[in-house]
Design a protein around this ligand. Structure first.
Ligand SMILES: Cc1ncc(COP(=O)(O)O)c(C=O)c1O
Length: 347
């Protein structure tokens, strides 16, 4: 099958058919109830949207973004995807797999962003899977402008005769965010088919594309479901600013009006010591969700998101009658890189 024949067009109420898209993702992903976790917390009715089950290379949220990004790469006749992330990046793993699926190469820059990690951290988990997918990897020290580093690699590859397509960290730009515009439409459709209305959606937020795409999608479709992003890295003000900027550029891309920053909800109370460092609440979220619902979370993103959900329930943020949807963004491949910390916590 040729690369171009993989390209399909999306069909939805909000018309995304003008954007190139490639099919990479199992969708719709299921929405399940979490009755045992709800009862344990004595809280509202909790539900989970299983974007850990998007299918590509153990799944996760980047697959939806990559459908649009790789669609654009094919349109531009690229032959190599260039991207960047932290060492245990789920985004890099899914990009490497997507490249295989459409017959391209993948080159990734991995930032040594998380301090105090041993050698195994750079070999196991997502890095191990990146290599299975044949990605070529360069490591970088922490604190550089990683998108600028990747742009320099793009220039080098062009001068060598390649046709690189650059995907920013986390796939978070107005093209990648379309994956979560489409997910917002999917959730609104599932509400109709299940016969249920959600009051809040809660999720971990990092490079912003997932939250921004959802907010833009709910706004553009007229179903204004509020989205609470639990920051995994940045303080609240900076995360709100970054999400807001991408929401409005995504809305502009869709030909829609912009929204105010006051409509962006972020809680930064669950970051702990920093990106990629599990806090006690992160470890509690991993074990509670595993033991009560049989669901694996990752220590960098989805468990910080779930820690936020648990904390919000405990602090009485939701009404007892609310229906609250947690977006599982995947990432469990990174668990193996955190075995020591998690095992110590279980003893
Ligand atoms: C498992 C997982 N969850 C959540 C996120 C955050 O999504 P975003 O970067 O779109 O904010 C990421 C990003 O890398 C991720 O890998």
């Amino acid at each position: 099958m040729s690369v171009a024949s993989n390209v399909v067009q999306s069909k939805s109420v909000l018309d995304l058919s003008g954007f190139s898209k490639v099919s990479l993702c199992h969708q719709p992903t299921p929405i399940e109830q979490m009755p045992r976790l709800s009862a344990e917390l004595g809280g509202p009715s909790l539900f989970i949207k299983r974007d850990d089950c998007t299918g590509l290379a153990t799944g996760g949220n980047k697959t939806r973004k990559l459908e649009f990004l790789v669609g654009e790469a094919i349109e531009q006749q690229a032959d190599i995807l260039v991207t960047q992330g932290a060492v245990q990046s789920n985004h890099v793993r899914q990009t490497a797999a997507a490249a295989c699926k459409v017959g391209m190469k993948c080159h990734a820059l991995l930032e040594r962003r998380v301090p105090g990690q041993g050698e195994a951290y750079e070999e196991t988990g997502n890095v191990f899977l990146d290599k299975i997918f044949g990605a070529t990897i360069e490591f970088r020290p922490p604190g550089l402008d990683m998108n600028a580093e990747a742009e320099a690699v793009v220039a080098r590859l062009k001068s060598e005769g390649h046709r690189p397509y650059f995907i920013p960290g986390g796939g978070s730009n107005p093209t990648g965010a379309l994956g979560y515009v489409s997910c917002a439409l999917e959730i609104a459709e599932q509400e109709r088919s299940i016969g249920l209305t959600f009051d809040w959606l809660v999720m971990g937020t990092g490079s912003t594309g997932t939250q921004a795409g959802l907010v833009a999608g709910f706004e553009a479709s007229g179903r204004k479901l509020p989205v609470m992003g639990i920051s995994v890295r940045q303080p609240r003000e900076r995360q709100v600013e970054a999400v807001h900027k991408l929401v409005n550029s995504t809305l502009e891309n869709l030909g829609q009006s912009s929204i105010a920053a006051s409509e962006i909800h972020v809680d930064d109370g669950y970051v702990g010591e920093g990106y990629g460092i599990p806090a006690p609440s992160t470890l509690e979220a991993i074990s509670t969700t595993a033991l009560y619902e049989g669901i694996l979370l990752d220590p960098v993103y989805s468990a910080k998101g779930m820690a936020g959900l648990i904390g919000l329930v405990r602090h009485g943020f939701f009404k007892p009658t609310d229906n609250v949807l947690f977006l599982h963004t995947g990432g469990s491949a990174a668990l193996f890189a955190y075995e020591d910390i998690i095992q110590t916590d279980q003893k």
